[in-house]
Design a protein around this ligand. Structure first.
Ligand SMILES: [Zn+2]
Length: 222
């Protein structure tokens, strides 16, 4: 039986790996993600290493072992299924579900997670467009091609597929601008030196900073 803290460390290292394609997460980055001191991280990494969940490399950081990875995938699966379940059944909004899922992912039983997955029809993506792992720890929905909205040129039609900045304030801003997962639009202008682009969705024009547009992943439509 692992503790909540152990589960959060493993999840954090896996998320870093999925975002950057690098297995190794530095002690400093883990400290930042977990909001603790590097000293705390070092002692935790030693514990993870002793339990066979991560390989600790002094002065470098940590890499998940096979069993650590499996456990972390399981946490991501729980988290993302719970988020979608709360949106679909209780009509919570996509900015409300993360905190709830952070708590529930540690306490829900495997039986209930399986029932939720079945109830939702084995969904591919959570409310933020993040892929949901199967029970075997394989990501669903990884075949689609997505690029950042910031990289799209004027005239490009797109469908919003995933939002990587999941701060509540940013998500609420997107909703208020009618920009949700599966919303379609077209790029109107893109000014790299000014750091701004405009897109049009449903006959309305919207200006976005390129930094914000970096965290919007879209499917390019022809
Ligand atoms: Zn979340």
């Amino acid at each position: 039986m692992t503790t909540l803290t152990v589960e959060n460390y493993l999840k954090s290292i896996l998320q870093h790996e999925l975002q950057t394609d690098e297995n190794l997460m530095s002690t400093g980055k883990i400290a930042e993600a977990m909001e603790v001191s590097p000293g705390t991280v070092t002692s935790m990494l030693k514990t993870l290493s002793e339990s066979g969940l991560a390989e600790y490399r002094p002065y470098e950081g940590a890499i998940l072992t096979e069993s650590g990875r499996k456990l972390a995938m399981r946490m991501l699966r729980r988290h993302r299924l719970i988020e979608l379940f709360l949106v679909k059944t209780l009509n919570l909004t996509w900015d409300q579900v993360h905190e709830e899922a952070e708590d529930m992912e540690h306490s829900v039983s495997d039986f209930l997670v399986e029932k939720i997955d079945e109830f939702l029809g084995r969904p591919q993506f959570d409310p933020h467009g993040d892929p949901i792992p199967t029970e075997e720890g394989v990501m669903r929905g990884t075949t689609r091609e997505i690029v950042t909205l910031a990289s799209c040129h004027p005239g490009q039609k797109f469908r919003l597929a995933r939002v990587t900045d999941q701060e509540g304030e940013f998500l609420r801003y997107l909703s208020e601008s009618n920009l949700n997962i599966d919303t379609e639009g077209v790029v109107e202008t893109r000014n790299v030196s000014g750091g701004i682009m405009t897109i049009s969705i449903e006959d309305q024009s919207l200006s976005l900073g390129l930094t914000a547009a970096e965290s919007l992943l879209v499917e390019a439509l022809s």
